[in-house]
Design a protein around this ligand. Structure first.
Ligand code: ADP
Length: 478
């Protein structure tokens, strides 16, 4: 069995089962109908004989009563028997006949010459290879004494229908079975086609190392199509994460190339000839700066990739967001970079379920950007308030703003607008700040948006759902 294909195995199983069901059903059907018909034949025999009893009357004198046309008269003892025309002498294969006490037939038919019995039971008689049932009734009235009414019926009288059913079944069942098996074979083939497609697609993906391929199946909702659909979704996720991985590696290489090139150029230059102590010191301090920058880049990237991998956060910690924002702003205000003034306007007692470290990271990123891209002696404002069932955290500045063409891209990782590259001189920003902010917002079931105008400034807004417990967050998610 193992050497057969799934399709053949299915058809073999299905056909064998069909055969067994057919044989069992047919046997049960025949056994039951046989016994039902046997009982039916015997009952009809007794009923016909009993019905005929009423149709026989004794007459002393033929002129003593009125006769109906069709009535028969037979001499019996000292008088006559009047046999009504309703007497059923041959009906539904049942023959009836009347006999006197010497077993002489007076009226009717006895095709098989069955003996007369007087015990009031049904008897079985064999004649000419066939089986017959006989039933005799002895009249008890004094004037009909010795008169016997006998009924005879062929055991197979009613079995012709049964044999017809059997014949039709024997003819039809193999034809129907053949149709069912052929249908089963075709439909098994059709149902299993997605398996072949899955197999072919999987092989071509493996052979060509091409994750962009998909299993091409028609729209249907059976299990195999659902499986194909799931595999397609899995391939899409695999492809995306593979592409992400490739992009991430390319971005890392790109970010690290600048400091590495600077270090190499500096070392090559300094090693060209003997230098003074001052020159070595200058070169080493540049190398140190670039190495420090590399260290920061690597740390940022590690932190970011750890964050990216998180699917959910365990938001069970109740955080006083008002206090937290106040503390972050106080610390950030102390930077006093570029003569920028940071003001903050915080509604008290805003408490929600959040991750403290993540929220600090989010605020620091937004405020650091506002400093970095803020104008000299500019302004930064941080505000925190409730609005309906939402908490709104806003960080605004009157800095360089963001060009419309960049606005949709700034949340992508490693994205930096050309202007920001020129503006930022510390070299530590690598375009991961806003991706981090967006990821943290998502992990808190919130959303980050931006409004900005070039040379006027930017407003970053974080919307967080106001929740009393984590269950509420999960319910809102649904
Ligand atoms: P970066 O490390 O370059 O700051 P971010 O992801 O934090 O990376 O920001 C991405 C880009 O968004 C920045 O390069 C800059 O062009 C723009 N940006 C972010 N914040 C501001 C802001 N407050 N004002 C103007 N531009 C901003």
């Amino acid at each position: 069995m193992k050497k057969f294909s799934l399709r053949t195995r299915l058809v073999i199983w299905f056909s064998s089962l069909l055969l067994v069901i057919m044989v069992v059903t047919l046997s049960i059907m025949l056994a039951v109908s046989n016994s039902v018909l046997n009982t039916d034949v015997k009952e009809s025999l007794v009923q016909t004989v009993t019905a005929n009893i009423e149709e026989v009357e004794y007459l002393d004198d033929l002129n003593a009563s009125e006769h109906e046309p069709g009535d028969h008269f037979v001499k019996f003892n000292d008088g006559f028997l009047e046999i009504d025309d309703d007497f059923l002498d041959d009906i539904n294969g049942i023959c009836c006949a009347l006999y006197d006490s010497q077993a002489n037939m007076l009226y009717g038919e006895n095709i098989i010459h069955a003996p007369i019995t007087t015990d009031g039971k049904i008897h079985m008689v064999k004649y000419g290879g066939e089986r017959y049932y006989t039933y005799c009734h002895s009249f008890e009235q004094s004037e009909l004494n010795g008169l016997v009414l006998q009924g005879i019926v062929d055991e197979n009288a009613k079995k012709t229908v049964l044999s017809q059913i059997l014949n039709i079944s024997l003819l039809l069942l193999p034809i129907l079975s053949a149709i069912a098996i052929a249908g089963g074979y075709i439909s098994a083939g059709r149902s299993l086609r997605p398996v072949e497609q899955i197999n072919a697609a999987a092989s071509s993906i493996t052979d060509g190392n091409d994750l962009s391929k998909r299993i091409d199946v028609e729209e249907r909702n059976d299990e195999l199509h659902q499986l194909a659909d799931t595999i397609n979704k899995m391939l899409e996720r695999l492809e995306n994460s593979f592409e992400d991985e490739k992009q991430f590696t390319a971005d890392i290489s790109h970010e690290l190339r600048t400091p590495v090139s600077a270090i190499l150029a500096q070392t090559e230059l300094i090693l060209e000839k003997d230098r003074s102590g001052e020159e070595y010191k200058k070169a080493l301090s540049l190398i140190e700066r670039q190495s420090r920058r590399m260290k920061n880049i690597i740390e940022d990237m590690l932190r970011f990739s750890r964050l990216e991998r998180l699917e959910t956060l365990d938001l069970t910690e109740e955080v006083d967001l008002s206090c937290l924002t106040d503390a972050v702003c106080e610390e950030q205000a102390a930077r006093k970079e570029k003569g920028i003034t940071l003001t903050y306007d915080i509604e008290p007692n805003i408490i929600t379920f959040a991750d403290t470290d993540m929220m600090i990271r989010l605020m620091n990123n937004l405020i650091s950007n506002a400093y970095r891209y803020g104008r000299d002696n500019g302004l930064i404002n941080v505000s925190l308030k409730k609005s309906g069932k939402t908490i709104l955290l806003e960080v605004s500045d009157n800095g360089i703003g963001i060009a419309q063409k960049d606005i949709d891209k700034i949340f992508e990782r490693f994205y930096q607008s050309d202007r920001s590259r020129t503006v930022s001189k510390d070299g530590c920003n690598i375009g991961l700040g806003l991706s981090t902010v967006r990821k943290i917002a998502q992990l808190h079931h919130g959303e980050i948006t931006v409004k900005s105008a070039e040379n006027e400034g930017s407003i970053f807004t974080l919307n967080l759902p106001m929740t009393n417990n984590t269950k509420e967050i999960l319910n809102n998610e649904k």
